[in-house]
Design a protein around this ligand. Structure first.
Ligand code: HEC
Ligand code: HEC
Length: 472
């Protein structure tokens, strides 16, 4: 990159950053918008209108379309990260205004209900604290045990500086908590525990397998909106939410109303990795669609943000009775706080690599031998094609191809399971493997394949295959 190019990229990005509240429309700017348009920070709409009327003007700084692309890449990344971490898409209208979750967090001492959410309880529910949002004195006070972890006032203080990962506190004129919203990072980020367990730097894309989503939602004083949607009572909703347990969420409950599987266990699935997704065709355990399909789905239907979502597959009253009744396949809100954010949000997620396991967490020699098993006798690479570790192409399988029941597959349009990309497996040992964590550890996964595919793997082959999986 030439020096003036770098400078222009920095200036353009910096200029944008200095303008709070600007929407990241440039991601969708037409191809003929010039670098000059971007430098001037004009709205994409204006640039497009002008470009139709007049030929593009020569860029006064001599920048090329390559420069436009580079600037756009920087902006998409920066915007996407901000959206993933901090955007609620207006969902506080649901979590706060409708369910009253903020009232349970505040407690009666601060204008809410009950005892309030102490930091100790919040950490116990798996919520994480972003140490980089804290002033240095607060980090040392926490590290030295000089903060009262039983005082809900501390939780409110953390919320006021956006230090609770994935949770946005909305404050009124006098600083009181008046609502609360959630962000993608709520389920899809954790922290590195650098200060204390649960307190550290953000790890975007790492599933928070400590987070008890159901128990957190169940704190809300008024679950009538969910009870009405599911045509049941609040007590039943609370029982269902409390049945999920840590690291799980049931994205299909609000579509089909199936809270429990035929075997009586929860139908919630594990929070999946949201890293290493570039190059992967279909997403979610059951391959609902591409990243942007699912992002629009989640932001509108699960987070209850305000946007547009269209998926007529949800009109099927037999398979998706709740969704069909509620019209979830045809959601429109004005203003739409989601659609314009999808490009940058996708871009950021595709930028997150699968993390590499820490040195010493696996036996490198054995892993090398295990690679041979993975690609050969184990037949793993027939589906988990390296280095994507899912199929380049149609990455879906019927339940009987992998030897499990079809309950969860049948809750999705394709009625299949998606081949899970295996990068960064070490980050999701907690909660087990497969969509519902049915295999407690990698040994159980390998034994399952060995039995089901009649692989006849020897003990040393199994052991080395496990070391290879740990190395991914
Ligand atoms: C309440 C927890 C929760 C929140 C909030 C949440 N997700 Fe998810 N996410 C899940 C679960 C659970 C799944 C798996 C769903 C399934 O397979 O049925 C998932 C799946 C995904 C996947 C697919 C990953 C893969 O394996 O291919 C992506 C991408 C994703 N979410 C992105 C997002 C984005 C972006 C947001 C914010 C707009 C978001 N999620 C908000 C829980 C959550
Ligand atoms: C027929 C295709 C296929 C073959 C062959 C296959 N897998 Fe899988 N694999 C899948 C699918 C589909 C899933 C998702 C299952 C689910 O979530 O319920 C999966 C999931 C996994 C998971 C769980 C990942 C997670 O995060 O939960 C691991 C680990 C795994 N496979 C390893 C292997 C190994 C090791 C082999 C070879 C012994 C192998 N697979 C062979 C299709 C396959």
């Amino acid at each position: 990159m030439r020096f003036p190019t770098i400078l222009a990229a920095i200036v353009a990005t910096g200029a944008w950053l200095a303008t709070p509240g600007r929407t990241p429309d440039l991601a969708t700017a037409p191809l003929f918008a010039t670098a000059h348009d971007i430098y001037q920070g004009q709205a994409a709409g204006t640039a497009a209108a002008q470009a139709v009327d007049q030929p593009p003007q020569p860029d006064p700084f001599g920048r090329t379309f390559d420069d436009v692309i580079r600037t756009n890449a920087v902006r998409m990344f920066v915007d996407g990260q901000r959206i993933f971490r901090f955007d609620t898409f207006g969902d506080e209208a649901f979590w706060g205004d409708t369910l009253g979750l903020h009232r349970a967090i505040a407690g009666s001492r601060f204008g809410g209900v009950g005892t309030g959410l102490s930091p100790a309880t919040a950490l116990g529910l798996g919520l994480k604290v972003d140490a980089e949002a804290l002033p240095p004195w607060a980090v040392s006070a926490i590290a030295n045990g000089r903060v009262d972890v039983n005082d809900p006032a501390v939780t409110l203080a953390l919320l006021s500086i956006d230090a609770v990962v994935g949770v946005k506190g909305i404050r009124g004129p006098r600083g009181a908590l008046t609502s609360v919203g959630i962000q993608c990072a709520f389920c899809h980020s954790t922290v590195d525990d650098a200060v204390l367990p649960g307190i550290g730097r953000r790890l975007d894309g790492w599933p928070n397998r400590d987070l008890n989503v159901g128990a957190i939602i169940a704190l809300a004083p008024d679950l009538s909106a969910l009870a009405d949607l599911l045509q049941t009572d609040q007590a039943t909703v609370r029982t269902v939410l409390n049945s999920w347990g840590p690291g799980k969420f049931d994205a299909e409950l609000i579509l089909d109303g199936k809270a429990f599987r035929p075997d009586g266990k929860t139908s919630a699935t594990l929070l999946p990795a949201a890293f290493g997704l570039a190059g992967v065709n279909l997403h979610t355990y059951t391959g609902w669609g591409g990243v942007s399909h699912w992002n629009a789905f989640v932001a509108n239907l699960e987070m209850h943000g305000k946007g547009t979502f269209i998926d007529p597959r949800l009109d099927d009253p037999t398979r998706f009775p709740v969704a069909a009744r509620a019209g979830f396949g045809h959601v429109r809100n004005t203003p739409d706080l989601i659609t314009s954010k999808l490009p940058a949000l996708q871009y950021y997620q595709l930028s997150i690599p699968a993390p590499k396991p820490p040195r010493g967490s696996f036996d490198a020699g054995a892993a090398a031998a295990g690679k041979t098993v993975f690609n050969g006798a184990g037949r793993c690479a027939t589906c988990h094609v390296p280095p994507l570790f899912t199929e380049p192409g149609w990455n879906m399988h019927a339940a009987d191809e992998i030897g499990i029941d079809d309950f969860q597959a049948n809750r999705s349009p394709n009625q299949r399971y998606r081949t899970t990309p295996l990068g960064g497996l070490f980050t999701r040992q907690k909660g087990g493997f497969y969509h519902d964590g049915r295999f407690a550890n990698l040994r159980a996964v390998v034994d399952h394949y060995d039995r089901f595919l009649n692989l006849n793997l020897t003990e040393p082959m199994k052991a080395s295959l496990i070391e290879y999986l740990k190395s991914l």
